[in-house]
Every structure is written in C-alpha cells, then in structure tokens.
Write a protein that binds this ligand. Structure first.
Ligand code: 6PG
Length: 235
C-alpha cells in the first residue's frame, strides 16, 4: 500500500495557491546552479487554475524545468482536446520556445509509434525519475489513461512494465490515448493526486476499498508500495 497524506482546502483557489507553491518550491530548489528539474502533468480541467498560479511563480525559471505529460489524447496540439495545448497555454509556454516539453503526440504516427518515440526521448534526456508527477482522477476511477476496460490496462499498470509510455483505447476515453505507465509514475520523487469536488472525494474513498483494482484503476497507484502520495482536495 502506498503511503498517502490527505491535504484538504476550503476552496479551489486556496488549493491552487498551496499546490502551485509547493510545486514551485520543488522545481526551483536550486536555481543558483541552474539545475534542471522535471515535472509530469495531467490534462483535463482540474489543473487549469493551479497551472495559472504556477506560471506566475515560475516566470523566468520555466526554462529550467523539463515539462512532460502523464497522458495525452491522441490529437494534434492544435486540437482543443489536446492536453499539451492546455498545459502550454496555462503555463504560458507558447512564447517560451526554449522551454523543454516532452510531447506525446507525433504527426503521421500511430499511437504505438508515438509512445515509443516519447520513451526514447525521455530516456535520452535522462530525466527519470521525475521530481514531480501530478495525477488527476476521473469519476470512473481512472488516472493517467488507466481507464477501466482499457485495451492495455493490465500491461500499463504492471509494476514491472518495461515501457515508459503505452497506447490505450477504452470505452470511456473519447479518442485513443497515450499514457505513462505505472513504474515512472510511482518512482516520482513527489507524487501528487489533485482532485476536486464531493463526487471525486467519494470516488477516492471507494478506491481505497480492497476491491478489484482494474474496476477503479487508480487503485494500482494507491496499492503500489513505493508510492508516497500527497492528495490535494477541495470541494
Ligand atoms: C485526461 C487526463 C485524465 C484526467 C482526469 C480528470 O487527459 O483526461 O489526463 O487522467 O486527469 O480525466 O480530468 P478532469 O480534471 O477534467 O476531471
């Protein structure tokens, strides 16, 4: 079982401020030496406010951070459903071409090829383990693109999975996805789960029950012995 600390806030605004400060402190711990730090972020809607605060805190230090995605909908970055587009926009990275960003989408490629390419790039960049991985969660208990019924769910959540990224198709995911697999997620130096709303709190509590993991795939993270999880929640 992972160790987990539940951080509860009165409002989403308070959560966004506290979480962005915590992340910024880790990412710019050693600016004097110009050391690179790394973070893998989730998509969806929940992170937007927190990322806007983080953008303000990072400012010029953005160029000392290696940004990656926990998962991506397999659409070009120009598509409004692209997680890359959302993260780049919220962090204000569009005007910072020098910032390092690991894209998971690759044009003229299959999701399988794009996942392989991202894996090779991440290994070549030597950015593992991530300083921070921030996960989200859906009301079906998915995290990253570990969706219930996903075609590669078992392989991607295998603690011994040798791939860093895998394609994923699932009934609950609109388009094909690429997901980071379990090992790079749970090996993060700081692993954060950011969820909001009473529905997600109930889902999280249900996920803590000792039931079949693939029904609520976030259980694969919660049950991993090495994961040291900080949960951030606001109503
Ligand atoms: C995505 C994600 C996904 C997300 C959850 C929560 O591409 O959808 O990265 O895992 O974290 O679906 O999404 P919301 O924040 O929109 O509820």
């Amino acid at each position: 079982m992972a160790s987990a600390t539940f951080n509860e806030f009165g409002t989403r605004q308070e959560l966004a401020e506290a979480l962005s400060e915590r992340i910024a402190k880790i990412l710019i711990a050693d600016p004097a030496h110009g050391n690179f730090s790394s973070i893998a972020l989730s998509g969806g809607t929940t992170p937007k406010l927190m990322l806007a605060h983080l953008a303000d805190l990072l400012k010029a230090y953005r160029q000392l951070v290696y940004f990656a995605l926990v998962d991506e909908r397999f659409v070009p970055p120009t598509d409004r459903r692209s997680n890359e587009q959302m993260v780049r926009h919220c962090l204000g990275l569009e005007n910072h071409p020098k910032s390092e960003f690991l894209s998971l989408y690759a044009p003229n490629s299959t999701p399988q090829e794009a996942a392989k390419r991202a894996e090779e790039k991440l290994l070549a960049d030597e950015e593992l383990p991530f300083d921070i991985v921030v996960l989200g969660m859906g009301t079906d208990g998915h995290t990253a693109s570990f969706f219930p019924g996903g075609d590669n769910l078992q392989a991607a959540t295998d603690p011994d999975c040798k791939s860093l990224f895998m394609p994923m198709k699932a009934p609950g995911a609109e388009e094909p996805r690429i997901t980071m697999t379990l090992p790079p997620i749970v090996s993060a130096r700081n692993l954060i789960l950011h969820i909001e709303g009473s529905d997600k709190r109930k889902v999280f509590e249900k996920a803590l029950k000792n039931e079949y993991a693939d029904d609520m795939p976030i259980r694969h993270v919660l049950r991993h012995g090495h994961a040291n999880l900080q949960i951030y929640w606001a109503p």
